[in-house]
Design a protein around this ligand. Structure first.
Ligand code: NAD
Length: 259
């Protein structure tokens, strides 16, 4: 018996990266998974790899009609939705002055509006059944500021606020809502050239654990929040960042890397 045995989950952005690692772990833990993504080829290949327990559904998280279609299809194929992992996201590096209104709206559209629409799409069924777990993927950039990430950080801070409000409104209806805040994770998003981990880790010298995270390390926190093991976690934030948000090193002073 896995920790997600008998549960049905929708995982957005499930076709690759952290979403794919999450889909694999959920299936290994006994869940049936709706892999929902715009990437049809990757999504179909992952569903084929995972067999009976997984199906791929084409979903653009910014499209409300897509959400209605995918939730209905997943419920018909797999059963009532117990868990939603709002994971789909995009990243953009631009200064405030370079960022156009369209840029800003595009990033907020996918990262924030997409998660809002996901909650709206699954909540009625969860409310009717009196149970459910929603995991919103934010970021360490939803906990602090970062130059060149105005749209991304705004969206990820927004996800944190969205999570708190959803926790207030849905908790007393039996639905738990929490957020996960990854630091750097070895996916296309943070390692778009696919450089070897040892190379990538060099860029993390200032992080206490001195390495990038693996997508499966974030998936573990998400699986915990989706499972009944976290039955009293609600409106909370799990930061999975190797200590990135803990503090800033005074390099060369005692206790800093190399000292
Ligand atoms: P990734 O680029 O590998 O995967 C993102 C997935 O989201 C892709 O499969 C993509 O097709 C999908 N997606 C994008 N736009 C979509 C849309 N409109 N509708 C449906 N699906 C869409 O990146 P990842 O690292 O796996 O990112 C997963 C989540 O983790 C994102 O929300 C990201 O912001 C967050 N995150 C990533 C990191 C990191 O360092 N990789 C750190 C913190 C948070």
């Amino acid at each position: 018996m896995g920790k997600l045995s008998g549960k049905v989950a929708i995982i957005t952005g499930g076709a690759r990266g952290m979403g794919a690692a999450t889909s694999r772990l959920f299936v290994a833990e006994g869940a049936k998974v709706a892999i929902a993504d715009v990437l049809e080829e990757d999504g179909a290949a992952l569903a084929a790899e995972l067999g009976e327990a997984a199906r791929f559904y084409k979903l653009d998280v910014t499209n409300e009609d897509d959400w209605a279609r995918v939730v209905a299809a997943a419920e018909a194929d797999l059963g009532p939705i117990d868990a939603l992992v709002n994971n789909a996201g995009i990243l953009m590096f631009k200064s405030i002055l370079e960022t156009t209104k369209a840029d800003y709206e595009r990033v907020l559209g996918v990262n924030l509006v997409g998660e809002f629409l996901g909650i709206k799409a699954v909540a009625p069924g969860m409310i009717a059944r009196g149970k459910g777990s929603i995991v919103n993927v934010s970021s360490v950039d939803g906990m602090k500021g970062a130059n060149s990430l105005v749209a991304y950080a705004s969206s990820k801070w927004g996800v944190r606020g969205l999570t708190k409000v959803a926790a207030m409104e849905l908790g007393h209806k039996g639905i738990r809502v929490n957020s996960v805040h990854p630091g750097g994770v070895d996916t296309v998003m943070s390692n778009h050239t696919g450089a070897p981990r040892a190379e990538v880790d060099k860029g993390y010298a200032n992080v206490p654990m001195q390495r990038i995270g693996g997508p499966e390390e974030i998936a573990a926190a998400t699986a915990f929040l989706a499972s009944d093991e976290s039955s009293y976690c609600h409106g909370t934030e799990i930061i999975v960042d190797g200590g990135m948000t803990v503090g800033t090193y005074y390099m060369g002073f005692p206790g800093s890397p190399g000292m």
